[in-house]
Design a protein around this ligand. Structure first.
Ligand SMILES: [Zn+2]
Ligand SMILES: [Zn+2]
Ligand SMILES: [Zn+2]
Ligand SMILES: [Zn+2]
Ligand SMILES: [Zn+2]
Length: 671
């Protein structure tokens, strides 16, 4: 009775819960049905414009303060208004409300109006043009179109899903030119990276990030920083999620550091020319692609966004300010640019749009700093002045373009004629011939693996860890592109031979030979296994002519299986795998044993092999010897065991019968 009562109560309770759940779902559904279609974004837009106005007022004030300071006018009044405005914005709920409303609309759409989020061409909803355009408008109102940008980044394989900050062994904060935090990080392989933190809670930061990634990815150039990966993790300082952009850490530091440590008297003209030429190449590429950098600066008056490789090649980084040329740029959007390098027409407010000529002016100011008071002869000085005055022309239309500048004698003399590439590993900029391009399917996205890195990689792959086959052998002697996540095929042996050092090639060659030999021994083993299997089969299925033959066959099988076939001393699995090192590891149980005496040696046979009494002289190292020596020593061992076995066979007639049957096997083994 008690049990029944309990069950009934439980059933009642469950029914009650279910009714509650159903009514809540129903009421929610009723509420959704009562919504206009598509759900109104009016509140969101209202909040959005309030936030924009506040931001605009603040940036306008900041600009006014800068102007006042430049004119040496008292700005304390403006300063105070600014701090009041900033405090108001902080205490008001505009921004949190905006984010909440956007989140609500997004959740609503995901649960009840999924078509609003899938209004991309090719989707199930794209057939209806009216629905489609309505959806697009709605989605962009809610500001969720950056999902498209993010998926583009992940399609390119840049959004590294599994990557976390823990991938790096250390990271330290470094000063950066933009508003984002930048860290210098070291990964497990000892490679250095710059990781830039974008606050994932800020819509604008996310947009900026994906725009930057998209840009850097489409604008690949040896003189532009290369995006290595994008990943999400929690922020390094403070709470919340962040998105990180991983680019190489250029080991030559930034141009500001270079200018600081190299006094003009110590600067070689060739180095200065190289740096300016590289910057011009980067700008030429950006401008040709319809982009303006908007923030070229070496760093004497700010932090730098021109970086140097170990060999002193310049690379342009930090693309926070980069804009599409056709987008109209109001002054307030480029206030990030450092005033000192700002083109005259922008400073004076004569133009409201940033153009390539503005970049060229900034580059001119930078070039003047780089050449500084470097000692030059008359001719060199003349050439320098042509460049500097050409870049800093007051009238934008008269200013040199990047292409013009590169054609000037100062920059064109001694310019590399060969195409240059940036190495995916060391980030050095080198001539195309000093490295290998991988064969990824996407054109223009091949990774450049420089000769030095390729040689280092081959050596690392070929190095043998204690008791383990080298990585190179485990991957069948194949060397692949070092680009992250690159799916291209292995480099061919000829290409590798042409591009690595003789030392690295010797290691590579050795590994290739070992692979070939272990392929050979694997083939032998397979053949051997087949022979034994066939013998067993025959033994089981066919009747021997008489009892004597039956006994002889039994003896033959025993000898082939237990004496002629080599076995792991630990697990008894058959093996025939030999690659040169006598410290062997069983492929079945992983146990180590000696290739000379087959003694089990725990998990590493090297210490024993070095002093094994069965070893014969003439090896290439304490552990290595030829395959012939291996066969020889094993045949001696087989003969001894066979002799002991045959001695134990009772009848001389049976012994002779077994010996006869064994002849072909012994011949195969060279015994
Ligand atoms: Zn390299
Ligand atoms: Zn590749
Ligand atoms: Zn074993
Ligand atoms: Zn070894
Ligand atoms: Zn031994």
């Amino acid at each position: 009775m008690h049990a029944f009562y309990g069950n009934a109560a439980e059933l009642l309770w469950r029914a009650h819960k279910e009714a509650q759940w159903a009514s809540s779902q129903l009421s929610e559904h009723q509420a959704v049905l009562a919504l206009p279609y598509p759900p109104s974004t009016a509140l969101l837009q209202q909040l959005h414009s309030a936030a924009i106005t506040a931001e605009h007022n603040i940036s306008q004030l900041q600009l006014d303060i800068k102007t006042a300071l430049r004119r040496r006018v008292d700005a304390s009044d403006l300063q105070q208004r600014l701090s009041v405005l900033q405090a108001e914005l902080r205490s008001s709920s505009t921004v949190p409300d905006l984010m909440r409303e956007r989140g609500r609309l997004y959740a609503l759409a995901r649960a009840h109006f999924p078509e609003l989020l899938r209004a991309s061409p090719g989707s199930a909803w794209s057939g209806n043009a009216d629905v489609n355009s309505k959806c697009q408008v709605w989605a962009s109102d809610v500001g969720i179109d950056n999902g498209v940008a993010s998926s583009a980044a992940s399609q390119r394989g840049l959004l590294a899903d599994g990557r976390k900050l823990s991938h790096f062994t250390s990271y330290t904060s470094v000063p950066s030119s933009g508003s984002k935090r930048v860290y210098r990080a070291v990964d497990a392989d000892g490679h250095e990276w710059a990781i830039k933190e974008f606050d994932a809670r800020h819509e604008s930061h996310r947009r900026q990030l994906f725009r930057q990634v998209g840009l850097l990815d489409t604008l690949r150039h040896p003189q532009l920083a290369a995006v290595h990966a994008v990943f999400e993790d929690s922020r390094i300082c403070g709470g919340g999620e962040a998105v990180f952009l991983q680019v190489p850490w250029y080991s030559g530091g930034d141009l500001a550091g270079w200018l600081g440590t190299k006094q003009p008297a110590d600067r070689a003209l060739a180095d200065c020319v190289q740096i300016i030429r590289d910057v011009m190449l980067a700008l030429q590429h950006l401008h040709a692609g319809g982009h303006v950098h908007c923030d070229i600066k070496p760093g004497k008056h700010s932090t730098s966004n021109v970086f140097l490789t170990r060999a002193g090649r310049a690379v342009l980084g930090d693309f926070d300010g980069v804009r599409q040329m056709d987008a109209s740029l109001s002054m307030s959007t480029v206030t990030a640019a450092t005033l000192h390098y700002l083109a005259l027409e922008v400073k004076s407010g004569a133009v409201v749009q940033f153009t390539p000529a503005c970049d060229m002016y900034s580059a001119g100011v930078m070039a003047a700093e780089v050449f500084g008071s470097v000692l030059l002869n008359d001719n060199q000085a003349r050439e320098r002045d042509v460049l500097l005055s050409g870049l800093q022309q007051e009238v934008p239309a008269w200013r040199l373009s990047a292409t013009n500048a590169l054609a000037l004698p100062l920059l064109s003399k001694g310019a590399p004629t060969e195409p240059q590439r940036q190495c995916v590993v060391c980030a050095e900029v080198k001539p195309l011939s000093e490295g290998v391009l991988c064969a990824v399917a996407v054109e223009d996205e091949q990774h450049f693996n420089c000769d030095d890195c390729l040689a280092g990689w081959v050596c690392a792959l070929a190095s043998e860890e204690q008791g383990q086959k080298s990585q190179l052998m485990r991957q069948g002697g194949l060397v692949h592109c070092m680009g992250r996540g690159c799916g291209s095929g292995a480099f061919d042996a000829h290409t590798i031979a042409m591009h690595i050092t003789p030392e690295a090639h010797a290691l590579y060659q050795l590994a290739k030979e070992q692979v070939a030999r272990s392929d050979e021994s694997r083939r032998l083993q397979a053949e051997h296994n087949a022979v034994i299997a066939a013998m067993r089969q025959e033994f089981m299925t066919t009747l021997a002519a008489n009892e004597a033959e039956q006994a002889a066959r039994q003896g033959e099988l025993h000898v082939v299986d237990t004496i002629l076939t080599l076995h792991c001393p630990t697990c008894n699995a058959a093996f025939l795998d030999f690659t040169g090192c006598f410290a062997l590891t069983c492929g079945t149980c992983g146990g180590a044993f000696c290739g000379w005496c087959l003694m089990p040696c725990g998990n590493n046979a090297h210490p024993h092999v070095r002093v094994c009494p069965s070893k014969v002289d003439g090896g290439t190292s304490d552990y290595h010897h030829t395959f012939d020596a291996f066969k020889q020593v094993q045949n001696v061992r087989r003969s001894r065991l066979l002799w002991v076995y045959l001695l134990g066979v009772g009848s001389a007639e049976l012994r002779r019968a077994i010996e006869r049957r064994l002849q072909p096997h012994l011949r195969d083994l060279g015994m």
